[in-house]
Write a protein that binds this ligand. Sequence first.
Ligand code: BLA
Length: 518
Amino acid sequence: RKRAQAVDVSACELEPIHVPGSIQPDAVLLVVEPVGLTVLACSANAAEAFPGAGPALLGHALDGLLPEAFVADLRGAQIEDRLGDGRTVSGTVRLDGEGGSAFRAVGHAQGGRILVELEGLPDRPGDFGPADPLGAGPAMSRLRAAGSVAEAAAATAREVRAITGFETVLVYRFDADWNGEAIAEDRVPGWSRSLLGLHFPASDIPAQARALYVRSRSRFVTDRDAEPVPILGDARLAGDPVDLTFAQHRSLSPIHLEYQRNLGVNGSMSASIIVDGTLWGLLIGHHRRPHYVPPEARASAALLAEALAMRVQEIEGRRLWEAQQAHLAAEGRLVRQLTRSDDYVAALTGGETTMLDLFEAKGAAVVSADRVTVVGSAPAPEAVLALRDWLLVAQPSDGTVYSTHGLPAAYPPAAAFADRASGLVAVFVDEARRNLLMWFRPEVPSTVSWGGDPRKPVAPGRGAAPVLPRRSFERWVEERRGFSEPWVAWQLSFAASLAEVVEGVVLRQRRTIVELTG
Ligand code: BLA
């Protein structure tokens, strides 16, 4: 009898995608040691660039193989400083004498080695697919004109599709848990499938892939089904495989290629959208057939991904700045009320400015000993006290702010008042934890459309691939109850700083009472 197989998504994160041991067949790879510039390894298709050579290239000096002008750039000290971290030198080289084939040569340094990729260029200019590989200039001005993230994303998708010739270009945005949503889509009229507005679980793009995409900014697959070309190396490579993190022609994970097959995608692209040093999203290209994108169009697409990132940073940065200014002002007024008052609870809940002016909360509460004062749309006082008792146990006593945007899941009794308190920020004011500030947000019932059931992201595989991606991307609608709009990190630090001010006031008032009575 066959045992049911447990399928573990975390297996996806273990695949070492930066050392696949092979490249895509549209280039030839030479791996060179940086001192003597002799070939340590080459892709098995090396004869395409060096007829008759093949593995005979191993141990050969680079000088004799590539034009001196190109080799000169790879020579010399501080090679990792000049050509590490994805920095490259490139040029068009003619191999095999006058009138020989033209190659785009790109060199970079990684892991103490120099990697040179030689991509055969089409003979006729007509072989360059897209009409307008240099359309990045006008695209930039359209991007600048976009007033919202949605508009900027839509404009970028349109421009990148025009430049690269993909049938679909999507802008994919990650959320705080690394799930993602296709927030913009530009699509060829003849393809009815739309992914716009669909959400995908975090496991579709595992952690090591996201980490690699922060370092190396774009990936292109010409032909999903092309046989990867193995890298042949000499003995010095044993146990230390060639790191292809920055190689343009790295072959992608076979598990991901299976995913693409299930999605009906052959030629593809993804370019990283990095905002504030984190992977904010991806620009994704899809083609139903194989699709070659020439080097300059690839560079334009990566550039536009970067331009979108900068525009997003501007738009979101300004919105953030405005929200924080408004909060600083409100917090300033609250602090003035607090310093003038003998009753901190009244100062927070009864003045012209109240706790409701912070964090877009719809309700707030202050617990002082066993006295509860609420403003706005908050749970009843007994419910607030019960919640406080739970927090005393659930929350470490180190003064950290508790926050959730799904309280009923963490604290089931909250299901009874989810309409008022699905979101909670709570912070104890004093070390004895007698005083507590709370902000509440109501439930926002919503539906999330997933591209396939997110609870089943994987299917069992066999042998080397213990797990495989799901086969179905049918729209799967999840109804979300018991969740509010999420809080953001800066709001929690504002809450913490307000609690500190209140602590000072509480101490001062207690001292005054002691002096008066003592
Ligand atoms: C990589 N997964 C990716 C990439 C995308 C997606 C865009 C980047 C690689 C590329 O350039 O194509 C996922 N593609 C999507 C999503 C959409 C899309 C969400 O078009 C929606 C519009 N993937 C799985 C499972 C595993 C997995 C179950 O679904 C593991 C078992 C793995 N995905 C996986 C791996 C990579 C990947 C390993 C890295 C590929 C690489 O760079 O080598």
